[in-house]
Design a protein around this ligand. Structure first.
Ligand code: RAM
Length: 339
């Protein structure tokens, strides 16, 4: 016992001496920290959790980057405005935002830009005056058309379909819905009838209730297209709970990790998505390029997005990553491990 006490005392003494010795020493120079805030539509959405994973990957590759991951608890523009206001006070270097509304955030993101903060919209865009760059996951036409093609395939080109979207102001979903409606005007889709478009606000419970509502008020409904990872899960569950597997098909945009079970049950045969990890990674990487002056914010500028190569800004300050990928019973399990 005595021996142990002696050792502890000796150890403490060494500690004190080491502490004293450290006092006069100059700390090694810390690499400059760049603060990049990722503001998502809402917290608790698996899609944005995956984007966050990508943001962290970019930060660790770049070094000296702190990622602040934040968003409102429910997808509202008001919530995002409050958050961006506080990020301005925190003097972040860049804000990477998936907007709940293309216009409502513009005054606050303009304020951020006036203070020298770089603003990059990703996933769900902002009106051009409210951001310096917009990174789309893919070409919006391609995303919209793809969803009609998948639904048409399920229905053999004929029947009623409905859309279960995210929030009514969401920039990205509204653009895709616009493309879907235009695509339905093509002669090859003349026997497909869009009977309703409803909004589940990217909330599981509201999306589920809206899906049940669709199924009950449209007894001839053959397909639900949900261009949201939250909505497609809710719609699949509603179809299963109403005993309509095989009668009503769900398709749209989903995460393989959340959809594998619904593909297995038969409620979903095919759905699509791009890689959300890559999207978060690229948006964060691009933000860093602007903060460090390595990329110019002008049309035609080439911006490095690290392991994904380069993207080029168009006249609108927009750029896009690759085409969406299709998932079905053959590959969903394999990708479910990733996102
Ligand atoms: C939801 C969000 C997001 C969208 C995906 C497909 O998670 O609405 O913005 O890109 O779905």
């Amino acid at each position: 016992m005595k021996k142990i006490k002696k050792i502890l005392l000796a150890a403490a003494a060494v500690g004190i001496l080491a502490g004293l010795a450290g006092c006069g020493e100059k700390k090694p120079e810390q690499p400059q920290q760049t603060k990049i805030a990722m503001v998502v539509k809402s917290l608790g959405n698996g899609f944005f959790d995956a984007a966050h994973t990508g943001a962290k990957e970019a930060a660790s590759q770049l070094g000296g980057v702190e990622v602040i991951y934040t968003g409102p608890t429910t997808p509202s523009a008001e919530g995002q405005i409050e958050i961006i206001n506080s990020l301005i006070s925190q003097k972040v270097d860049a804000i990477v935002v998936s907007a709940n509304d293309p216009n409502a955030l513009v005054p606050i993101t303009k304020k951020a830009m006036q203070r020298g903060i770089k603003v990059i919209a990703f996933d769900s865009g902002l009106a051009p005056g409210g951001r310096q760059m917009q990174l789309n996951p893919s070409n919006p036409e391609m995303i919209g058309e793809k969803q009609i093609q998948m639904a048409a395939k399920e229905l053999g080109g004929k029947g009623e379909l409905a859309i279960l979207s995210a929030s009514a102001q969401a920039t990205n979903q509204n653009i895709w819905i616009g493309v879907m409606k235009k695509t339905l005007e093509k002669p090859e889709y003349k026997d497909l009838k869009l009977v309703a478009t409803v909004y589940g606000d990217d909330q599981s419970d509201k999306s589920y209730r809206e899906a049940i509502g669709l199924l009950r008020s449209h007894p001839n409904l053959k397909a639900i297209i949900a261009p949201t990872t939250v909505g497609i899960v809710a719609a699949s569950k509603a179809v299963a709970d109403e005993g309509l597997v095989g009668k009503v098909f769900v398709t749209g945009l989903g995460l393989p990790s959340e959809m594998a079970g619904h593909v297995k049950s038969g409620a979903v045969r095919e759905f699509a998505i791009w890689n959300p990890i890559d999207l978060g990674y690229a948006a964060t990487y691009a933000a860093h390029q602007f903060v460090t002056g390595k990329a110019k914010l002008e049309p035609g500028a080439s911006v490095s997005v690290g392991r994904l190569g380069n993207v080029t800004l168009d006249a609108n300050g927009e750029a896009a990553l690759g085409p969406p990928f299709t998932y079905n019973a053959e590959n969903v399990e394999q990708f479910a491990k990733l996102f």
